[in-house]
Design a protein around this ligand. Sequence first.
Ligand code: NDP
Length: 487
Amino acid sequence: MRAQPTASHYIDGEYVEDEAGATLQVVYPATGEVIATLHAATPALIERAVAAAKRAQGEWGALRPIERARILRRAHDLVRERNDEIARIESLDTGRAVSETMYVDAVSVAEALEFYSGVIASYNGQSISLGSSFAYTQREPLGVCVGIGAWNYPFQGAGWKSAPALAAGNAMVFKPSENSPLSALLLAEIYRDAGLPNGLFNVLQGFGNVGHALVAHPDTAKVSLTGSVPTGKKVLGLAGSMMKHGTMELGGKSPIIVFDDASIDNAASGVLMANFYSTGQICTNGTRVFLQRAIHDQMVEKITERTRNIKIGDPFDPSVTMGPLVSQAQQSKVRSYIDIGKEEGAVLHYGGGIPNMQGMEGGFWIEPTIFTQVTDNMRLAREEIFGPVMSILAFDTEEEVIARANDTEFGLAGGVFTQDIARGHRVAKRLEAGMVWINNYNLAPVEVPFGGVKSSGVGRECATAALDHYTQIKSVYVEADQVVSVF
Ligand code: NDP
């Protein structure tokens, strides 16, 4: 299987190669075979991309928003047309099953383009009355924005960052994760075909040092990063030291709380989606599953029964619901957490091993895994694993579970399952999280702001909130009277 792109990078409206850059092997996670060989961006290419973006941004930012919207709308159409091709590349690059990538990745980017092309013309500043005088504000683009993506949803990452950035009149230089670098190039082609002027969306491949160089570049104004908390701290620290804007979408260890009045079937569906979708590689996953004691055993039984039905296998088989992990490093990390869980005294209730995958032995497989009798202080319950490892904890009261759910450095997401509408809202209000679902989990429509609190990040993606983070306010005071002077 090959998925070699035309070239590694996309700069100023064309594919660019520079073999002087370090080699980057792209691996199909289901088999371990190399499907493409790319090169990391050299300092010269970084300069070229930022210069192209800077040159293009001025004219783009000065257009009427409705003119920018027209191009994004065409990009939306092209993303939908190329859905299957995008899904194929996404499955090859990440190993995620086509039963997901056909329906989620391109669709969520298409919706982002549709949303921002729809709202940008009416995204305006304020008029502020000051008696006889007044002031108005304008939302101005920031300039050249840097996007840095994680490996789990690479196409979505590129789209969620670039759509609002471009709509607001910025240019973007995007660096995908080294683990899943391919699909951002497809997005660059789509923008080109939609009529986006050259230089406004550039893709540079590379490792962390390329991301670092882009953030450190004097001509970039903002960085939007999706990644882990340690990387986020480094990147925001660097951006802050240069007084640049930063949006950080980082990791989590989110709680799902199931009260004893919840619909057992619904709650089990939510818990499974929150732990095993995308082989557990979702930042918002509800990996601490708190079950109220009266329904604990019944829920464990239901969750286990449903987990048995998961079909692990060839990501290109449409009936498969779980592919491999993204890389060998991630597989080793997940396996080490399974060992840690056992050593800490949690009960390995289901899975925990490597499935026997005939013909795909070189892939990075792992079984969906359930630990029961997990306690709050175990590393299993405190650290982000980013794999299909569910920790089940028992609780008695609402007050107790809220305190335990909040006892974490993270604050990305949370879920509550209950039929009691007042309790649902009460718990949602008290959870320290950027987003909470009541009676569902992990839905992230573009209309809703997305992001975390505490160590899980700053800023928001999606909705008009993202536009706030890709613009800055200029206030203009207009005097309609005489200047009052004390001199
Ligand atoms: P990493 O933090 O390892 O990397 C994120 C990105 O940052 C990669 O492109 C990486 O490049 C780059 N990078 C690494 N070091 C630097 C640096 N010093 N300066 C600039 N860029 C750098 O995260 P993963 O890719 O492993 O993704 C998994 C993490 O992402 C998890 O913690 C997960 O929770 C989080 N995540 C958060 C989401 C959210 O929206 N909140 C959504 C999805 C994932 P390279 O890969 O080449 O090293």
